[in-house]
Design a protein around this ligand. Structure first.
Ligand SMILES: *[C@@H]1O[C@H](CO)[C@@H](O)[C@H](O)[C@H]1NC(C)=O
Ligand SMILES: *[C@@H]1O[C@H](CO)[C@@H](O)[C@H](O)[C@H]1NC(C)=O
Ligand SMILES: *[C@@H]1O[C@H](CO)[C@@H](O)[C@H](O)[C@H]1NC(C)=O
Ligand SMILES: *[C@@H]1O[C@H](CO)[C@@H](O)[C@H](O)[C@H]1NC(C)=O
Ligand SMILES: *[C@@H]1O[C@H](CO)[C@@H](O)[C@H](O)[C@H]1NC(C)=O
Ligand SMILES: [Ca+2]
Ligand SMILES: [Ca+2]
Ligand SMILES: [Ca+2]
Length: 364
């Protein structure tokens, strides 16, 4: 009776064992976090180091102990960490540094899970860092400088101050915070355009320069810069160019463009070459307050009205020929020659007389 009952149970037991063992198949771990369709997470930048920011989950149907690790991280720096939690694994921020959205706005992770002899990889998880307003506005220059003529009108834009901010959609407000005691200038809060507010205040002699402090604020962080404004004397006002001349100014001077018929720094002088008094195609040049004609071939005279005669050429040739012949001795040479000649004649006469006297005396 007992024996009879045991036998079928053993067979059942053996059959069960065969059923379990025969398909030698082990189940690999499966990720439930991250998984297809659930591949994104976010956290604030600057979160404390070693903060838990995401829960990774993986299970093994065999009941094998599962181990999860970071298979890859992009970019790889700074390295995040993963630690075992009571349920699943925690993705942790780097231990040595905080994460900065302005440096790296997103990271991508792939995890691995090992259970028994099987290792599998998860789908990629993207971590998006949420922006904080943690940067102050930066001016586009260390300091600014511009100039304005004392005749500029109200609203004239002198220069535009600009600042940038590394944070997401910053709204920068510009203000003059010092140096504009009399309200001579104004700045557009949104555009940073620095304008002339009260033109009547400008006086290049009494206040040649202004030094303004301009602030840029993003609502939380501020920065300041210095703007130097030079007030220039407008040399074209009052109008120095006469007789319809056009005045062009620069920072220190002016220049007049005169209308036809007028010359001089202020176009006050009549142009002596208009009309052209040089006749027979002569070219007129201004010579001080009068004119000078450069005549065409064959004409001469102040107004190029005299016809040149050919004899002039012959005379020049003769003079040239004369100059080539032996030059005449000058008056001083003549005196010397004369003195020498007179002395010679006197000596000759004296010697002759002496000889004649000697001969006569000897004959006696
Ligand atoms: C796991 O790997 C070891 C060593 O390679 C091997 O002896 C064992 O049979 C494997 N187990 C399974 C379930 O495949
Ligand atoms: C202010 O702006 C200047 C110019 O861009 C920059 O050099 C400076 O670091 C800024 N200051 C602050 C506090 O951000
Ligand atoms: C201004 O104009 C004058 C006259 O044309 C010139 O001599 C001077 O060099 C100019 N100065 C500047 C700063 O351009
Ligand atoms: C007029 O022109 C002649 C010839 O070019 C020159 O020799 C003379 O010096 C000029 N006179 C003046 C006043 O410019
Ligand atoms: C040249 O012309 C001017 C203007 O017509 C005149 O006054 C002057 O007498 C003339 N001179 C000569 C030398 O022809
Ligand atoms: Ca930052
Ligand atoms: Ca930021
Ligand atoms: Ca900012």
């Amino acid at each position: 009776m007992f024996r009879y009952q045991v036998m079928p149970n053993i067979y059942t037991f053996l059959a069960t064992c065969v059923l379990i063992v025969s398909p030698v198949q082990t189940a690999a771990p499966v990720f439930s976090n991250p998984s297809l369709g659930h591949q994104q997470t976010s956290c604030f930048e600057n979160i404390a180091s070693s903060s838990s920011i995401y829960r990774v989950s993986a299970t093994d149907a065999d009941g094998d102990t599962v181990t999860v690790a970071i298979h890859s991280q992009n970019p790889s720096d700074p390295p995040f960490q993963i630690t075992k939690a009571i349920i699943g694994w925690n993705l942790m921020t780097p231990s040595l540094t905080t994460i900065d959205r302005e440096t790296t706005p997103t990271f991508t992770f792939v995890f691995s899970a090992t259970g028994g002899n099987d290792t599998v990889q998860s789908v990629a998880l993207t971590l998006i860092l949420t922006d904080l307003n943690d940067n102050s506005p930066q001016f586009t220059a260390i300091s600014y400088s511009a100039s304005v003529y004392d005749t500029a009108s109200a609203g004239a834009v002198i220069l535009t101050i600009q600042a940038t901010d590394a944070d997401v959609s910053p709204s920068i407000a510009y203000r003059i915070t010092a140096g504009d005691v009399a309200g001579t200038f104004s700045i557009d809060l949104n555009t940073g355009e620095l304008k002339l507010n009260t033109p009547g205040n400008l006086n290049s002699a009494s206040t040649p320069t202004y030094s303004l402090t301009v602030q840029a604020s993003d609502g939380a962080n501020t920065n300041t810069t210095t703007v130097t404004i030079h007030v220039l004397d407008d040399r074209c006002v009052p109008q120095p160019c006469q007789n319809g001349g056009t005045c062009t100014r620069n920072e220190t001077d002016f220049i007049c463009a005169c209308v036809s018929g007028w010359i001089g720094d202020t176009c006050s002088q009549d142009n002596p070459c208009i009309p052209n008094l040089c006749q027979n195609g002569g070219t007129c040049t201004i010579a001080g307050s009068t004119y000078n004609c450069t005549c065409t071939s064959g004409y001469e005279g102040l107004n190029c009205t005299t016809i040149v005669t050919t004899t002039t050429t012959t005379t020049t040739t003769t003079a040239a020929t004369t100059s080539i012949t032996t030059p005449k001795p000058d008056s001083q040479d003549l005196v010397v020659i004369t003195v020498v000649s007179v002395t010679t004649v006197a000596v000759v006469i004296t010697v002759t007389i002496a000889i004649l006297v000697y001969i006569r005396n000897n004959k006696r």
